[in-house]
Design a protein around this ligand. Structure first.
Ligand SMILES: Nc1ncnc2c1ncn2[C@@H]1O[C@H](COP(=O)(O)OP(=O)(O)OP(=O)(O)O)[C@@H](O)[C@H]1O
Ligand SMILES: [Mg+2]
Length: 444
């Protein structure tokens, strides 16, 4: 059987309380017993003096005194002479005969002797002579140890039992307070393990368990966010894949029954273009995934940044010449230490956007300059621009602005660029006005 933390705590607490009570009982009993015995001895002597006084002056009968002390912690017994004491069989359990001898022989008026008895402690006993008109008599006074010590023992045990009962009740309550949040955490963890991230534990505590619950709630919130992102990502990926695939399927069907060569070539062109889109999409997704999982260690080397940008301009020449775009290039000579391959992707994506979102006959300016230890790259177009409410979203994966929805692309270019700039400790800023153009600035 798996014991719950509640049962364990209660058992531990009860065990501790019992042990401490047990120790307290014995230490108290043995330390106070010595003092108690001394007090009893003093009381015995005092009592015997009082009895002697009463008997000699007030002439109170012995039977009355014996009756008076009957229920007390002291025993009193009268004798006509000392030999009677020696012969008293009832006393034999306390004394051995030799113990009384010195007392009897000394014949003094009052004597206190301490005797080792069979009880665990010494016993004080007094033997006193009284002188009445009828002659001398003796009486002895001795404490009823069994009665007095039993009384103390009983008292301690009652206090102990009460402490034990109160302790157990408080333990049950304390264990409940301690285990309640743990139980809540257990239930919440169980729900998360089952895939339900909609969990929030109420928490008023400020102690370690309270902090644990706070962290747990943060974790659940993060997981909720990740789950939402994952769902969005899957939806977006499937959507982006579906469009070119549907078009490939459609054109392939058309191709099957097509006899006209020029039409066939047209269909084949579309299929090739869509396949290229698919291939770009999958490589972009793969790259973004690699960048986000930081699988790429940032291998840095020094290279000419201005030359890299010039190479890109030449690479996509066909695109900007097709649209009859005027270029204004002003690149300072800059040697930069970074990952050449990744940064290539940044300039390419930014330039690709500028061309894509520029009108035919538009103008694009590119500039690169050094600003202290930083490098500033600027790309400006006079294209359609980005609406203010979309400016912050363009870096999201698969985000495409409303008016660029039908344009070629999957909305991954800026996500990849910003991630790479981020990895270089840089910053990317957008300044744009709808209908006027966009300026993107990268500071590394
Ligand atoms: N220079 C720009 N002018 C106007 N809008 C832009 C410009 N650059 C980016 N955008 C807007 O930001 C969106 C996201 O850009 P991003 O480069 O991430 O995606 P994309 O170009 O649509 O697709 P991909 O880059 O994956 O081919 C674009 O769809 C567009 O709406
Ligand atoms: Mg793009």
């Amino acid at each position: 059987m798996r014991k719950s933390i509640y049962v364990k705590l209660v058992l531990i607490f009860v065990f501790i309380i019992s042990i401490s009570n047990f120790i307290a009982f014995f230490s108290f009993y043995f330390t106070t017993a010595k003092k108690l015995r001394e007090d009893i001895g003093t009381e015995t002597v005092k009592l015997s003096k009082q009895i002697k006084d009463i008997c000699e002056s007030k002439n109170v009968p012995e039977s009355s005194i014996e009756a008076l002390l009957n229920d007390s912690y002291y025993n009193v017994k009268f004798y006509d002479n000392l030999s009677q004491i020696e012969a008293d069989a009832a006393l034999a359990r306390f004394f051995d005969e030799n113990a009384l001898k010195p007392l009897v022989q000394s014949n003094s008026e009052s004597n206190e002797i301490k005797l080792n008895t069979r009880a665990p402690f010494e016993l004080s006993i007094t033997v006193t002579r009284i002188n009445t008109s009828e002659g001398s008599k003796y009486f002895i006074v001795y404490p009823d140890l069994a009665k007095s010590l039993f009384g103390v023992r009983f008292l301690i045990m009652r206090v102990n039992s009460l402490a034990l009962i109160i302790g157990v009740i408080m333990t049950l309550l304390a264990a409940m307070i301690v285990t309640k949040p743990v139980k809540a955490l257990k239930a919440a963890t169980h729900r998360i393990a089952g895939g339900d991230f909609n969990v929030n534990i109420q928490n008023k505590r400020k102690d370690e368990i309270g902090q644990l619950i706070d962290d747990f709630n943060i974790m659940a919130k993060e997981l909720r966010g990740i789950e939402m992102l994952r769902n969005d990502f899957v939806t977006a990926v499937s959507h982006e894949f579906k469009t070119p695939l549907t078009s490939i399927e459609g054109y392939t069907k058309l191709l099957k029954d097509c006899k006209d060569d020029s039409e066939r070539n047209e269909y084949i062109e579309v299929i090739i273009e869509e396949t290229r889109r698919l291939s770009k999409l999958s490589s972009n997704i793969l790259q973004l995934n690699r960048l986000e999982n930081e699988n790429i260690s940032l291998h840095k080397e020094s290279f000419r940044l201005d030359e890299q940008i010039r190479r890109i301009v030449l690479l996509v020449e066909i695109k900007w010449t097709e649209k009859n775009i005027e270029l204004d290039i002003d690149l300072d000579e800059v040697v930069f230490n970074g990952n050449e391959q990744l940064l290539y992707q940044v300039w390419l994506n930014l330039f690709d956007n500028a061309i894509k979102f520029s009108p035919t006959g538009g103008k694009i300016s590119l500039s690169l300059e050094k600003e202290g230890s930083a490098v500033k790259f600027r790309i400006k177009d006079n294209g359609m621009g980005i609406a203010p409410e979309q400016k912050n979203r363009v870096f999201e994966k698969f985000y495409k602005g409303d008016r660029s929805r039908n344009s070629d692309g999957n909305g991954l270019g800026l996500s990849i660029a910003s991630k790479i700039v981020d990895m270089h400790g840089g910053e990317i800023k957008i300044d744009s006005e709808v209908g006027k153009g966009t300026e993107i600035c990268v500071v590394l």
